[in-house]
Design a protein around this ligand. Sequence first.
Ligand SMILES: [Zn+2]
Length: 706
Amino acid sequence: MQSRKNYAALALLTLAFAACSGGQDANAPVSRDDASNAADEKIADTTMVETAVMEVEGEAPAASAAAVAFAAECDQRIDAADELFNALEASEGPHTVDTTLESYNDLGIALYNGYAKSSLYANAHPDESVREAGRECEQRFDELNTRLSLSRPLFSAISTIDVSAEDEATRFFYEKQLRDFRRAGVDKDEETRARISAIREELLVIGQQFSKNIAEDVRSIELDSVDDLEGLPQDFIDAHPPNEEGKIVITTNYPDYFPFSRYAKNDAARKALTTQYMSRGYPANEPVLEQMIEKRHELANLLGYPNWAEYVTEDKMVASAENAADFIEKVADLARPRAKLDENVLVARLRQDYPNVDSVGIWQRNFVDNLVREEQFEVDSKLIRQYFAYDRVRDGIFELISDLFDVQITPWQTEVWDDSVESYELKDGDRLIGRFYLDMHPRDGKFKHAAAFPIVAGITGKQTPVAALMCNFPGGDGTEGLMEHSQVNTFLHEFGHLIHFLFAGDHRWVGNSGIAAEWDFAEAPSQMLEEWIYDKQTLQSFGLNDKGEPIPDELIDKMNAARKFGLGMGNRQQMFYAAISLNYYNRDPASFELLPLMKQLQAEYSPYDYLADTHFYTSFGHLDGYSAIYYTYAWSKVIALDMFSRFAEDGIRNTATAREYRDKVLAVGGARPAAVSVKDFLGRPYNFEAFAESLAVDGEGAGPLE
Ligand SMILES: [Zn+2]
């Protein structure tokens, strides 16, 4: 996600940062602190990504030798890119594919590699001053990219190239470049272009302020007695002794908030903490968000669009703000019957303790969801963890990918930025497909979520793709690193981005290479791969305890039953978030106020009532990064399940189907519209059927009480 945000800024060259990330992305939280997969924590994680950005603040460390060296490398890379850019601007033509477009592509590659390496170091290098140097370098590439995107001479040169005799991939790349130039505003007059640049810069600062206000607004409640901690694990209780005044302080930080919202039996205390949690960023962020929305509206108008949502959906699969609205409506409708069943189960359980309730409050959802999972689905996460030691999980995922796609993963001897980082090569027989790093365990100052970071774009005949997975899983510290099932799921999800990037690393044009398809498709391959992590054969191949016994059938059955529970309410809540995201951006900012519109959307979509005195939108970090398109995650899911339907039919380990999928979807990268690739693989256009089936209430039902 963090990378995606940058990608959005890098309009011109479609750098295709493979982003992904934690939170809303993975079905599971990715930090070690909160290992549960209650549907709503997705949202929480998303703001965590934003807070990671904020670590930028603070005193600059003294530069180490490594930082000085990296800064010098950055200078060199920027100079080299500048030189290519200046030469292109000065070139008089004639402009052809083999001359100008190739040079332009080289410039794109220089930008891609330079930006990617700085981003990697900014997020992963163990030396703080190198991380700082990485962030500075990222900004310089950002600035250079903005200059490119508004360069008239460059645009004129590119637009006179004749591509009519070229192959489909070249023509597609070319059309995307022209479109992105126009979307950047290159064809506007000088005054307008200056205003566009100014707004972009302002938006960057506004976005940083928005994140900062969320990250810094740590709130708390005070409890009078240890009795108020009833239900919480002993290690939590031990870590929260009464202070000098005899009060126990519980904060809105994740390591406090998530266990407390899940386990605390004191309903009033849970409600008080949730109220604080959902007030983070208020009131400071209200004017900041208003400004963000206004500036984006102005920017969209300057670029010739009626509002920001129209602008930002135009180059996505969804294609228009109206289609996005229809999509949200459709998913919300599909989820409604199952949401009702979910709610019945939760209310019935709540009534055992609180006889008068007739609905689930937002401060009760994690608590009661957990109770139902423990009591009725008997999913014992402590038991499950015994089967997922980190090393075995990693080897199991390697084996799954190797078998499915008929490839080999072997160690790669190279330098790494930290001793704990592993490096590998992905090969197809003798052919090297790409290389990757695994940086999988927490470290001070490291990126705190889970994501795939591109490092080198794969360009045919020029460079082999390289990427890194950055996660924060247990292990790597001498322990066996027992993982939650949700973390295994996250591992495979991120690995999905990795292989997508590497398989798509054999293209002539940088804008077609890697995860370069439309943003709302980007999560589909990873979400599809998650299906394997509920497959018995796959799980039992590497899910072994320390006696070497495979995870029992019965436990896997329970995990699958529990997986469906909560999907109805979870999807409706997600559509509520998607609706806020879209509706704040699809109209004139002067025509609405934040709180009343949010309340109206909540009543329409959310399974939970508005909690008095809260202002959720001031801590909804994705209103910056995703802006209007929070729907994308659900959109990708629809396509993921549709693509999986072929595996469901042909067999989940069918290598011929996997080969077809690799060739027709993954390897294609961004060389054609994603819808065309999916149709090629499925033999028909994608549809909603498999997704609707996943929410159907007939047959399996929503819960054991039904
Ligand atoms: Zn992802």
